[in-house]
Design a protein around this ligand. Structure first.
Ligand SMILES: Nc1ncnc2c1ncn2[C@@H]1O[C@H](COP(=O)(O)OP(=O)(O)OP(=O)(O)O)[C@@H](O)[C@H]1O
Ligand SMILES: [Mg+2]
Length: 269
């Protein structure tokens, strides 16, 4: 059985079926990129995976545990909270808490969780100390130790996005998802963020990355999924999919994205 598996995910908004039966699976430590034109359902898929939305139909398992089963109907918020902690999502627009420092942004979710599980004040203090130490380590990992007491408004977009990544990692999710993590950034800052994602791959993090950066998708992922109209139109190894696309829709998509592409992202600097 695969580490992470989605079967027959379907989701409608009103009369529009936005996800029309999505199946895919990945192994631990694998990185999958999702590409596709605007409106094809990429964000909706990530939101359903992260249980921000609930799919109407389908199942999702992680490490053998059933995280979602459409047959059980709408799940209660209380039951979703624990399951959501097994997944992480980094948004295009960072979504940091503006009133908190870098450290507090990264520590917040673990601290709220500690509050729920601690049986005494003393245990809570110990758990929070551990969460703070972990948060400091994550912030060091993304290279922002010197900004640890800064507020989001005092950081560049790339720095904010790196904090958002550290925040998502703080709950140690089984699968970390990114929704176009660099599309709000200029090329210099894009490179900073992509390097952090590459570093996470080296550390064995299982990730799903929705991206418009084709070169990056090619470099980071073992599998690329092309979505069109709510289905997986084509999927495969990046070399195969980019060099030898079979679906006419994918061929068109790759041609038009090449036209808009402003050069390779050089990650070596
Ligand atoms: N909450 C919602 N209510 C109604 N329709 C929605 C909702 N969320 C998404 N949609 C519709 O679902 C379709 C897919 O949207 P989605 O955001 O998943 O696309 P996307 O592939 O992420 O596009 P983009 O590349 O522009 O981010 C769109 O037609 C959108 O209007
Ligand atoms: Mg989107």
């Amino acid at each position: 059985m695969a580490y992470f598996e989605i079967k027959d995910f379907r989701k409608s908004f009103g009369n529009t079926e936005v996800l029309r039966g999505i199946d895919f699976s990945m192994e631990k430590g694998e990185v999958v990129s999702i590409i596709g034109s605007s409106g094809s359902g990429k964000t909706t898929l990530l939101r359903c995976i992260n249980l921000i939305e609930q799919a109407d139909v389908g199942t999702m398992t992680l490490g053998g545990e059933m995280l979602f089963d459409g047959k059980q109907g709408k799940q209660k918020e209380k039951d979703l909270r624990y399951k959501r902690m097994q997944l992480g999502l980094v948004f295009q627009s960072f979504n940091l808490f503006p009133q908190y420092t870098v450290l507090k942004n990264v520590m917040l979710a673990p601290m709220l969780h500690n509050k729920e599980i601690a049986k005494s004040k003393q245990e809570l203090r110990m758990l929070n100390e551990k969460s703070e130490a972990d948060a400091r380590e994550l912030i060091e990992q993304i290279g922002l130790t010197e900004k640890i007491d800064f507020y989001p408004s005092q950081l560049s977009g790339g720095q904010q996005q790196r904090v958002a990544i550290a925040r998502a990692l703080a709950i140690n999710p089984g699968v970390l998802c990114f929704d176009e993590p660099t599309s709000a950034l200029d090329p210099e800052l894009t490179r900073e963020v992509l390097k952090v994602i590459l570093d996470l791959k080296r550390r064995g993090r299982t990730m799903i990355v929705v991206t418009h950066e084709m070169e990056f998708a090619r470099k980071v992922s073992s599998k690329v999924i092309f979505m069109a109209n709510g289905v997986i139109e084509e999927e495969g190894h990046p070399e195969e999919l980019f060099e030898n696309p079979k679906s006419p829709i994918l061929k068109n998509f790759l041609l038009s994205s090449k036209e808009g592409f402003d050069g390779e992202v050089d990650l070596s600097k």
